[in-house]
Design a protein. Sequence first.
Lengths: 166, 123
Amino acid sequence: MVSDLSSCLADVVQQSCIALFSHYRVEIAASVRQPSQEVALCGIIGFTGDDLKGSLMLACSREPLELARDGGEVTMRDWLAELTNQLLGRVKNRLLAFGTVIHCSTPVVLGGERIAPIASQPLGHLFTADGGVVSVWFDTVIRPGFALSPRADAVELPSEGDALMF
Amino acid sequence: MSAKRVLIVDDSQTVRLQVAKALSCAGYEVLEAIDGVDGQDKIDASVDMLICDVNMPRMNGLEMLETIKRDGKNANLPCLMLTTECQPQMIERAKKAGAKGWIIKPFKAELLVAAVTKLVAAR
């Protein structure tokens, strides 16, 4: 059983975000500083499950979003929505290794002035990227008594990028 | 010989463009649909293969696949699921509904092209 649930969830979210941006050739590093740049857009996706429910928010300044975007054909809003979807996908698949299932909604994107992350919150993460910032909130309600335990009947789960042919 | 036609059903414009880019470079013609309802409307005899997301508004990819199989008309159309999901129960449900493969996003273009080539050739 994982003794510190909040720090385990925080670690899952942080590692998932670093891996996601790395896939798109953008290296990001955890930071504790409040961002000096304003975030441009914020992607939001909800999730529900027996043990956890809430929402994940991914806010980025323009630079890391443009760096990660493969070509300029897609809109920034749609690109951020897809990144948010893929970030929660990674979190969800890591939680699945503990036998914890969450179900996701489809993402929406919010644009506005001064969308400010609160990086000091237990499950708020702030990253710096080349010339910009990435911020993630994992805003969750946890069922009382819930604990993360590695599955006894652990099956090897496929990873991002894998192709299974039947 | 005319290019084989692949229908990508995904609510993300980003994913539709990524798939179209990868497959058109490999000589496929790519059609697009934005959810399961739109996907059902766009399937016809000229489509050689289907690539389908799971989580979409209006009708999700698994419901769409099950409806196609139940209707029978396009039941033999090869289908590849392309999704962030990796829950064994979902993969099993897709398999049962006749899906021929499952790719977890973000996808590698070379794996997607290889899977499509294999399934189209086997049709």
